[in-house]
Design a binder for this molecule. Structure first.
Ligand code: SAM
Length: 284
């Protein structure tokens, strides 16, 4: 029998998790994305969640280090991968977008989830490649280990989460179209997927489409990952860029105003791409 808190519990720690068997409060939601009616008054099958087109070429999916990702993440790294400015921007974003009491999946997580400490969520499930890191994460009720470059299926019922998060990790996904389609499936209608990233990366493990890109093209790539799945809302992008430092620092009145308004952060650049699972897709 599994218990909640204080420590997150792995389910089948040594095997890819069948996380449908985690005793989630099975709020078994019938999909509220209603099928529409055709001319003969018959229900039409919804195409919500279908992959419309592939974003990446085969070449774009390749990595310098082609060994299995589980080997690369075999040892725990109890570090933060971005600086405190980035993390506080992210935590503020979560404070603004995630409702207290909601059910959250932190995809590609580690020992930290960057969620606001003062807010209680109903359930936070973590996923990643290192069980030791996930076991130390104080925000997780459960976790599971699964290599998403081997198998993209999230073994969860559909419509199980109000929010899915993916922090500074999307650059490692070789089949993002399938992963985003899975995220769509496990989200409840109206649920949000928040993908955040900076300019840091494990270079050898990032896909070439990311590695060889610019800040602008990386944001566009994530926008396209959302757009290739039928039924996400138009993605919204948030950028918070660092001030240039030292002698080059722009001390002009415009940059001062920009800093005042929070557009320049003085830390790792912050990018987030956010979309919601549409209640009723417009295309039906
Ligand atoms: C830079 S860390 C970020 C961890 C965490 N999200 C954070 O904010 O600190 C990248 C994470 O991606 C996960 N990851 C990398 N490749 C993966 C794969 N193929 N399948 C699943 N998770 C993967 C690893 O577990 C690792 O913790």
């Amino acid at each position: 029998m599994l218990t909640f808190h204080p420590n997150p519990k792995p389910w089948h720690p040594s095997t890819p998790t069948n996380f449908s068997s985690i005793p989630f409060k099975a709020r078994s939601f019938p999909s509220r994305i209603a099928n529409s009616i055709n001319e003969k008054n018959e229900p039409k099958q919804s195409s919500a969640g279908k992959i419309k087109r592939l974003v990446l070429t085969q070449e774009g999916r390749t990595k310098f280090n082609a060994y299995p990702d589980r080997e690369f993440y075999a040892y725990p790294r109890f570090v933060t991968h971005v600086d405190s400015g980035f993390i506080s921007t992210l935590t503020d974003l979560y404070r603004e977008r995630l409702s207290p009491g909601s059910e959250i999946l932190d995809l590609m997580s580690s020992w930290v989830s960057h969620l606001p400490k003062e807010i209680e969520y109903k359930r936070v499930v973590g996923h990643g490649l290192n069980a030791q890191e996930l076991a130390k994460n104080p925000r997780l009720d459960y976790f599971f280990v699964k290599d998403l470059n081997q198998d993209q299926k999230l073994e969860s019922d559909s419509c199980n989460f109000d929010a899915v998060l993916c922090t500074v990790s999307v650059q490692y996904l070789q089949y993002p179209e399938k992963v985003f389609a899975e995220v769509f499936r496990v989200l409840r209608p109206g649920g949000v997927f928040i993908v955040s990233f900076s300019n840091r990366l494990f270079y050898e493990k990032a896909i070439s489409a990311w590695r060889d890109g610019t800040a602008y093209s990386r944001v566009q790539l994530v926008v396209q990952y959302f757009q290739c799945v039928e039924g996400f809302t138009q993605p919204e992008t948030i950028r918070k860029l660092p001030a240039t430092n030292g002698a080059q620092e722009d001390k002009g009145p415009l940059s001062w105003i920009a800093r005042l308004l929070g557009f320049l952060s003085g830390s790792d650049p912050f990018y987030a791409v956010i979309a919601y699972k549409n209640f009723k897709p417009l295309y039906e």
